[in-house]
Design a protein around this ligand. Structure first.
Ligand SMILES: Cc1cc2nc3c(=O)[nH]c(=O)nc-3n(C[C@H](O)[C@H](O)[C@H](O)COP(=O)(O)OP(=O)(O)OC[C@H]3O[C@@H](n4cnc5c(N)ncnc54)[C@H](O)[C@@H]3O)c2cc1C
Length: 443
């Protein structure tokens, strides 16, 4: 029997696994996909948000904490994290007048903020429309590759003894006297504690132990443009009235510097609906174009993700003794993940004695983009668009045995069909379709 079973290896489950791996506990993670972070996490915007309104919410508190923890997490796990900063722009006289109050309000809540004159703003971001009035710089905003961040938390946890069962869907849970019986498609397991991090499906997992909750999917679409360096900060407009359900998206940038515009928020019925409609693309372009002198021209990708929404806040509770729910982790869950993990550790400590391990292993696994570029001399580039090397692709494929993981972690074959074909050829001899035919897995 394991001490702890974690259901789901998105960013939340992976960071909890990473924290638990530092203690003398037996921990298992059950993930129905073939690699970590391939559901909500992979389809997010990759922003480490500086704050979340209103400040009274749990997700707001965890966002602030998570943002502050991110440099140390990136250092500990070795993922790329850049504090690029956010500029929020006044596009009319009313929002311009609000700037001193916004700066004061953010500072009162511990968020660094600085008023920018129009001149300073245009010096910092020359592509911004010169009809703007001024803005606010919030330097703590950052960018990551969400799947790299998640995968590295899993690799750390695995190196420190956590067992990962991929391709292993949980289909039932039975409460026994002092334990849970977890039924999966790969057999039954027992654990003293269960931590539900199943994202969009966390309501189905909660219902397995008799707790009724509902996760509603909220679709968010993005556009990725080719013009690297179009802005060097994340850019949003100061809203006249904040929307309670969404931060409203922005003219963002990815960890590789390409512009990413979005996301919007569309209520959808299905937890599988990641379609991106033409009118959504037009809506996003119409919303953010007025912020700039010109619009980036070359769209190289569009993608959508589904937020798992259970009301206005995260649902982190223990509805049944020993069953910890980490549900409704909508935005800013990526930012909050390290802080969520600390909170859950506290909840676990009410049941199990947490004894620190004498030694913590720091895995040396070089899979990110800059790590690969550093070793170009003795390697061969297989994706010219994103400068990804052969060894890097093979290393990730060996670790996660899944083409989607290779693509999401290394960015190889992400932006063009020609590179994608090269990558498929490279790992093709050792791949096959999985049983559901959806993903491509290493044999
Ligand atoms: C459009 C969009 C943009 C966003 N942008 C940002 C952002 O910029 N910054 C930010 O901080 N946050 C952002 N978020 C929020 C962030 O992506 C989520 O909060 C975070 O990814 C949630 O992680 P998770 O681990 O809880 O869920 P998930 O990533 O969905 O992980 C849940 C895992 O559980 C697995 N699973 C489900 N059911 C089962 C089962 N029965 N058995 C086994 N495994 C199961 C799934 O396969 C999945 O891997 C955004 C979200 C969306 C949708």
């Amino acid at each position: 029997m394991r001490d702890v079973a974690i259901i789901g290896a998105g960013v939340t489950g992976s960071f909890i696994a990473k924290e638990l791996s530092k203690f003398k506990l037996s921990v298992a993670v059950f993930e129905r996909k073939l690699a970590p972070g391939l559901e909500q996490t992979k389809a997010c915007s990759g922003i480490i948000h500086p704050f979340q309104l209103p400040f009274k919410l749990l997700r707001s508190r965890l966002c602030l904490q998570g943002n502050k923890m991110m440099d140390a997490e990136a250092e500990e796990l070795g993922f790329e994290f850049k504090r690029v900063g956010l500029i929020t722009v006044a596009t009319n006289p009313l929002t311009f007048l609000a700037i001193p109050f916004i700066v004061l309000y953010l500072r009162l809540h511990g968020v660094k903020a600085e008023a920018l004159s129009k001149k300073k703003l245009l010096e910092m971001e020359p592509n911004i429309n010169d009809k703007v009035y001024g803005g606010v710089l919030i330097p703590s905003a950052g960018v990551v590759n969400p799947v790299e961040m998640t995968a590295k938390a899993c690799m750390f946890a695995e190196a420190n003894g956590v067992e990962f069962f991929y391709g292993c869907e949980v289909v039932g849970i039975e409460r026994k006297e002092d334990r849970f019986l977890i039924k999966t498609k790969k057999g039954d397991f027992e654990a003293k504690l269960v931590i539900n991090c199943a994202g969009l499906y966390a309501d189905e997992i909660a219902r397995m132990v008799g707790y009724d909750m509902k996760i509603v999917p909220g679709k968010g679409s993005h556009i990725v443009f080719a013009e690297k360096g179009f802005t060097s900060h994340l850019v949003v407009a100061i809203p006249l009235k904040p929307n309670k359900r969404t931060k409203g998206g922005g003219a963002l940038i990815g960890f590789d510097g390409k512009p990413i515009w979005g996301p919007n928020l569309i209520d959808v019925e299905s937890k599988e609906d990641t379609s991106v409609k033409r009118e959504e693309i037009e809506g996003i372009i119409a919303k953010f174009s007025p912020l700039f002198k010109k619009t980036p021209e070359e769209i190289i990708a569009v993608y959508a993700g589904l937020r798992s929404i259970a009301g206005q806040d995260f649902v982190i509770n223990e509805p049944v003794k020993g069953f910890i729910n980490v549900a409704g982790i909508q935005s800013p869950g990526l930012t909050a993940a390290p802080a969520i993990a600390r909170m859950v550790l506290e909840m676990v400590s009410k049941h199990l004695e947490l004894k620190k391990k004498d030694e913590i292993v720091r895995p040396e696994f070089k899979i990110s983009k800059s790590e690969a570029c550093r070793s170009l001399e003795d390697d061969e580039i297989v994706c010219l668009c994103n400068m990804v090397t052969k060894n890097q692709v093979l290393r990730v494929a060996e670790q996660f045995k899944c083409f989607d993981a290779v693509k999401q972690i290394t960015w190889a074959g992400m932006d063009c069909e020609k590179c994608k074909a090269e990558i498929m050829k490279l790992i093709g001899e050792r791949i096959l379709k999985d049983s559901e035919g959806g993903e491509i897995a290493w044999s």
